[in-house]
Design a protein around this ligand. Structure first.
Ligand code: SF4
Length: 400
């Protein structure tokens, strides 16, 4: 396969992410608290409080993409953590005990914030980290949203946001600035809008951008959401994509099929999967995962709006609602088939995938496949088995 034409914004991306990690070091020097935070968390409040938010899940994904998750995991396992735990947690815990840090050392937290919308692993991992680093821990509890939206749940969440702001005021010694929160929400809105416009270019046929590109370019929407930096970056990426569309530069040559992917990628095999699909003229164009950051806040009603957006995230929804959301994406991107990744690390997202696959096939009539592996740990990845499953699936696409 011809080498892919690299995005010009890749250089900007690298510079931006180095700047992000350097800010953590700088925060320490200036006595600005470093706060651990989960990916689906109202980080806008932390940016407004001028605390440095650090994402241990992002560290896990980086370690996995650089193929060292296995080594870090073994260090965690040597301390009694089981290899069935989430791979991000094993990477973070392993690195805390490591003597060498090939992807940089996981940042030591001064305070820890966790929202349990995503899973039960993060609250336990962060609780263990709170003991290990002796850092105070704030758990933001998000009740599951079934199909009906309960006002009581929203009130409960808003009350906790207020408590969190009190906790931040005590930790930083500074009064919380609600005007700054409004500015941060505006910036977050703009970055999310641009990010979702970028993702939507994958609906074009042929498309200039696919899911595996999104996996690379998503780090700023996670880490820098709520800042000018994220807006500047996604504006540049969007301009580059518009230029590529004009010049006819596409994600893969000869795109024939569009594929839906659920949910996280297999980080150490990102390129392998992209090439495997491309060999057959298939482009993975959409996943619920990269669309997680589709927030739209009402800055005139900040706390209520934060509650609305973060509680309703797909990771906090019922079985049926998640299926509906997947089917909506499949329709919107006009896909020809779907691949559901049963991720050993991520039980809440792997749960019921075979049943989901059956429902989706019945409703849409699309071919689909479920494969099992781990998002970070290659000990649980059988290249041969996965390849043969994907190839059978591709044959079904061709027969349609
Ligand atoms: S991958 Fe799954 S289990 Fe791990 S932190 Fe993310 S949501 Fe939780």
């Amino acid at each position: 396969m011809a080498p892919k034409q690299e995005f010009k914004t890749t250089a900007m991306f690298k510079q931006l992410m180095s700047q992000y990690y350097a800010q953590g070091v700088e925060a320490r020097r200036k006595n600005i608290p470093v706060a651990w935070v989960t990916a689906v968390f109202p980080v806008e409040i932390l940016y407004a409080a001028e605390v440095f938010p650090y994402y241990p899940e992002n560290f896990g994904a980086l370690a996995a993409a650089r193929k060292i998750a296995h080594d870090l995991s073994e260090l965690a396992e040597a301390k009694g953590y089981f290899y069935d735990l989430c791979g991000y947690a094993r990477c973070g815990i392993g690195d805390a005990y490591a003597q060498e840090h090939p992807v940089g050392e996981i940042e030591r937290p001064d305070i820890i914030f966790c929202c349990n919308t995503q899973c039960g692993s993060l609250p336990k991992w962060f609780e263990a980290a709170s003991r290990f680093y002796n850092a105070p821990y704030f758990l933001l509890d998000a009740p599951l949203i079934e199909d009906a939206w309960e006002e009581q749940v929203k009130k409960y969440f808003i009350k906790q946001l207020e408590e969190m702001i009190d906790f931040l005021e005590q930790s930083t010694g500074k009064a919380f600035d609600y005007n700054r929160l409004v500015r941060v929400l505006d910036l977050s809105n703009e970055a999310c809008r641009l990010w979702n416009e970028i993702l939507d270019t994958a609906a074009l046929k042929p498309a200039p951008f696919g899911f595996f590109d999104a996996c690379f370019h998503m780090a700023p929407i996670v880490t820098w959401r709520g800042t000018e930096e994220a807006v500047t970056y996604y504006r540049a990426l969007k301009e580059e994509l518009d230029e590529r569309i004009k010049k006819g530069i596409y994600a893969i040559p000869n795109e024939r099929y569009k594929i839906y992917w659920d949910h996280i990628p297999v980080w150490p095999r990102l390129r392998w999967f992209a090439d495997l699909f491309a060999e057959h003229g298939a482009l993975v164009v959409v996943s619920q995962y990269t669309h997680s950051w589709a927030y739209n806040f009402d800055p005139s009603n900040p706390l209520e709006s934060l509650a609305d957006n973060y509680l309703k995230s797909f990771v906090n929804r019922s079985f049926d609602k998640r299926i509906d959301l997947k089917i909506n994406f499949m329709k919107k991107y006009n896909v020809d088939g779907f691949v559901l990744f049963s991720n050993r690390s991520c039980k809440p997202n792997a749960f019921g995938l075979y049943d989901k696959s059956n429902v989706i096939k019945n409703v849409t009539g699309l071919p689909g496949v479920v494969f099992e592996a781990d998002m970070s740990d290659l000990r649980f990845f059988s290249e041969e088995q996965v390849r043969s499953k994907i190839e059978v699936f591709v044959e079904q696409l061709k027969e349609r």
